[in-house]
Design a protein around this ligand. Structure first.
Ligand code: ZN
Length: 230
């Protein structure tokens, strides 16, 4: 079929099956115009147009011998053949699809690094239900101190320490589980403490301090762990 550039009137010949009802984006190689061609935009070939003109001229010539001069010299515009095929379009779509897929795979594979440098991206990953922050399994306790304090004549157990993130990634801060046993290994207390900070940056340290009430004066064993997955 033949499509005419709306700007410079250059006629392009393209395959009949290339233009769908959704149209085909075309780029005029002569004047750089970009336009969308639809099946209904098809024009007659320059040869056909010229033939029609000649037919009309012949009709007039039967009446007026010099009528053909009225129709001017033959100036059939050159036809450019544009090699557009559906196959090429499919290749382009496949390339774009492959590129999008590659970007998707990278965005997924590098999610921990992405969130490390752009914490706001965590919301993006959450939309897709993808965990982009490591859980706190890499966290470590250090400088743990346990002391008994008397406050307002009430004995309290003070537990303080530092939580270190030795990993190069932002991690979730899990709650801290504190279990107190007496000398006979009976559980006296089992509490879970949530820290104000929900995230810890790479190589960060975080100090904490808890005051527990009701400790007994007996010899005690205190177990401090991260309460992951709870
Ligand atoms: Zn043009």
């Amino acid at each position: 079929m033949f499509i005419k550039c709306p700007k410079c009137q250059t006629i392009y010949q393209i395959g009949d099956d290339v233009i769908t009802k959704d149209g085909l984006k075309m780029h005029c190689q002569k004047c750089d115009a970009v336009f969308k061609a639809f099946p209904g935009d098809a024009v007659k070939s320059p040869q056909e147009q010229e033939q029609e003109k000649q037919n009309v001229a012949k009709m007039f010539e039967q009446v007026i011998p010099s009528a053909s001069e009225l129709f001017g010299p033959q100036n059939t515009p050159p036809v450019r053949v544009m090699h557009v095929t559906k196959y090429k379009n499919t290749i382009n779509y496949l390339l774009i699809l492959a590129l999008l897929l590659l970007v998707g795979v990278l965005v997924y594979a590098l999610r921990y690094d992405v969130v490390r440098y752009a914490p706001r991206m965590e919301k993006f990953y959450q939309k897709f239900g993808v965990e982009s922050v490591y859980d706190g399994t890499a966290l470590e306790f250090s400088n743990l101190k346990i002391s008994e304090e008397s406050l307002n004549s009430l004995s309290k157990l003070k537990i303080s320490g530092i939580i270190k993130n030795p990993s190069g990634y932002t991690v979730n801060v899990p709650p801290i589980r504190i279990v107190v046993y007496d000398a006979n290994q009976h559980q006296l207390l089992n509490t879970t403490h949530y820290l104000a900070a929900k995230r810890m940056g790479a190589y960060y340290q975080l100090g904490f301090e808890f005051l527990l009430t009701n400790p007994t004066p007996q010899q005690k064993t205190i177990q401090i762990t991260f309460a992951n997955n709870e």
